[in-house]
Design a protein around this ligand. Structure first.
Ligand code: 16G
Length: 253
């Protein structure tokens, strides 16, 4: 259980009135985000009330409200009617199960969504041909989507598939894996490579996060049961929203 006094003390220590630039509510927003990143406020912790924050920090309630609203819009905080404001839960994804974004969000009670940024067909680039084990120039379908959960941006995904398995990006409505299943081409196995990156200006803008914030870059190559590559997807996930969980066992020997 978080002690409201610790939160107030951490915010006071950041001296938002004399530190940083821009409107005061923005500086409070940055300070609140920082104390969440530092672990003073953890997932599911409640924020002190708007009135307490305003009184203790000697700022107006409007300033507090605007900062909180901006963090709710960023998906950092959630407001529960009648209960208060809390640090938003992170999405946990097991690295051992092959699931789609739609399945991941639905099982967590979140509404999956996608904003289309590109639907096209073309010829495989050398990198795509290599990843999908195609001859250079083979026709591919390309889908670039901003993935959302309850309208909050979560990840930017760029999927490339042989046209032999996905003849047209128009075949995909909400879920790529559902479309592949309809063609009898649902992936059976996947290899995933993850690395830490920082968001560049353009990707940060699309995901609604500050430039230079933490990103998880993920490449997934998925395969049919017979081993044929079916998908090559490059994604940027918000580092502030995702935990990837891997279960490990000691060698049985
Ligand atoms: C996940 C996969 C992505 C796949 C998508 C299909 C990761 C890192 N990536 O986001 O490779 O294309 O699911 O989701 O997990 P959909 O069926 O909802 O379109």
């Amino acid at each position: 259980m978080i002690n409201a006094a610790d939160v107030i003390a951490s915010l006071r220590a950041r001296d938002i009135e004399n530190t940083g630039h821009g409107p005061l509510y923005r500086r409070l927003q940055v300070a609140l985000k920082a104390i969440i990143d530092d672990g003073v406020l953890k997932v599911q912790d409640a924020l002190p009330s708007e009135r307490d924050l305003a009184t203790e920090l000697n700022i107006s309630r409007v300033t507090v409200r605007n900062a909180v609203r901006a963090l709710v819009e960023d998906g950092v905080l959630v407001q529960r009617h009648g209960a208060g404001t809390f640090v938003a839960p992170r999405v946990e994804q097991a690295l051992s199960r092959l699931t789609s974004f739609t399945e991941d969000m639905t099982t967590r009670g979140l509404q999956p969504g996608a904003i289309w940024l590109e639907k096209s067909v073309g010829h495989a680039s050398p990198e795509e041909a290599m990843a999908l084990n195609l001859s250079p120039g083979t026709e591919v379908s390309r889908l670039r989507r901003l993935r959302t959960a309850n309208d909050k941006p979560m990840a930017l995904e760029f999927a490339v598939l042989p046209r032999a398995f996905l003849p047209s990006p128009e075949d995909v409505d909400k879920s790529l894996y559902d479309a592949l299943a309809r063609h009898g081409k649902k992936p059976d196995r996947a290899l995933q490579r993850l690395r830490a990156e920082l968001f560049d200006a353009e990707t940060a803008k699309i995901l609604g996060v500050p430039e230079g914030s933490a990103a998880l870059y993920i490449e997934r190559r998925s395969f049919l049961a017979n081993g044929t590559p079916v998908e090559f997807t490059r994604s940027y996930y918000r580092g502030d929203s995702y935990d990837f969980i891997a279960e490990m066992q000691v060698d049985a020997r």
